[in-house]
Design a protein around this ligand. Structure first.
Ligand SMILES: *Cc1c(COP(=O)(O)O)cnc(C)c1O
Length: 373
């Protein structure tokens, strides 16, 4: 009997959310409105009362964060090469220069020693990424920022529900950006939000997301900054509100699934296969993904093909950004981040989503073991 295909990620939208989306569609108000306001209030409460504004993607959220921080031409922004290309693209988008610092081979996050070494008089900001939802050493990150007077734009796209020393990612720090894209732990279909420091930044965020407009009185309208069209719709916000009701349960389930992966791979898996498991971190990470780094003897494409034949979806997150053509053309070269280059070639994401069954983990682990043996 052939087994059904097991995807590596899958959104779950409950019936109450579907009904709520239908109600928005019938309401006569389908763009930004009361649902967006309610979603921003829910998010702000979640992040300890800090101001939060929503947008139509995690990417534009990051770009707007850089604009709020005043980052532009002539500025250097230090980031990781192992992220979705959006993280570096937004630096180019605002006219600044990405500086790639290599990753830590264990956490696969940016190596803070390398960050410190990359700081120059032109450095203005750091964009850390919490790959799979695992935060970096947040105490050290902010010590570096304070010591050198740098802004931090946290690319927490994957880290909703993650924590650091008992505090939620987003509830502290500088500008913190989340994504609600379809594969994230909480989705709006597409969307993002930015946690800000104060009312002034929140006003700026509102301007950047809607043509720089400020309205006043019955018919007052002024434009004093160049903004774009980045607002979230009430349709998306209704999905987000419905999803958010389950965040604790979703995070708990993902941690349980990760724990099952570790149990089933067992203590000898790395020694026997040469593959590397993720760090076994069961407190801070929201387990957005469960990623293996394959041994060099295995070609990733062959591994993915064999897994697909066994009806198991595999993702790869991510190839090293600085080796993509757009970046090579700008002078970035193989060799500047050797750890990231190796990980970028061999990393794979195993199935991980909240409605996955325990037996799905068993299937995935058995398949991995059979391909690697
Ligand atoms: C998803 C993601 C983004 C981009 O978010 P979108 O909502 O798809 O624009 C940026 N950075 C990281 C690390 C992501 O995972």
């Amino acid at each position: 009997m052939t087994q059904p295909f097991l995807p590596f990620a899958k959104p779950t939208i409950d019936e109450a959310t579907i009904a709520d989306v239908a109600a928005v569609l019938r309401s006569g108000w389908i763009t930004s409105g009361p649902k967006v306001q309610a979603f921003e209030k829910t998010l702000s409460d979640y992040f300890g009362g800090r101001p939060v504004r929503t947008f139509n993607s995690g990417t534009c959220t990051m770009e707007i964060a850089l604009r709020i921080a005043g980052i532009g031409p002539g500025d250097e922004v230090i980031t990781t090469p192992i992220s979705w290309v959006a993280t570096a693209n937004v630096i180019l988008e605002v006219g600044a220069t990405p500086v790639f610092a290599d990753i830590d081979p264990v956490t696969r996050n940016i190596d803070l020693d390398k960050v410190e070494a990359a700081i120059t008089p032109r450095t203005r900001a750091i964009i850390p990424v919490y790959l799979s939802g695992l935060p970096v050493d947040m105490d050290r990150l902010y010590r570096i920022a304070n010591k050198h007077g740098l802004r931090i734009v946290e690319d927490a796209a994957q880290a909703i529900g993650s924590t650091w020393k008992g505090r939620r990612i987003g509830a502290f720090g500088d500008l913190v950006s989340f994504s609600f894209q379809a594969n994230k732990n909480i989705t709006c279909s597409e969307g993002g939000c930015l946690v800000l420091n104060n009312a002034h930044e929140a006003r700026l965020a509102e301007k950047y997301r809607l043509q720089g407009v400020t309205r006043s009185g019955m018919d007052g309208l002024e434009v004093d900054v160049l903004g774009g069209k980045f607002n979230m719709t009430d349709i998306a916000a209704a999905i987000g509100l419905g999803q958010f009701a389950h965040i604790e349960q979703v995070t708990r389930r993902r941690r349980d699934l990760a724990a099952r992966y570790f149990d089933l791979f067992g203590p000898d898996f790395e020694a026997q296969t040469g593959a590397q498991l993720p760090p076994c971190e069961m407190v801070n990470s929201n387990w957005h993904m469960f990623q293996l780094v394959l041994p060099a003897r295995i070609k990733r494409a062959d591994f993915m093909t064999r897994m697909m034949e066994m009806q198991i979806g595999i993702g790869y997150h991510y190839p090293a950004i600085h080796l993509l053509a757009l970046y090579r053309e700008r002078g970035y070269r193989e060799g500047i981040c050797p750890v990231a280059e190796g990980v970028g070639r061999q990393i794979v994401s195993l199935p991980m989503f909240a409605t996955m069954q325990d037996s799905d983990v068993d299937r995935a682990v058995n398949a991995v073991k059979s391909v690697l043996s």
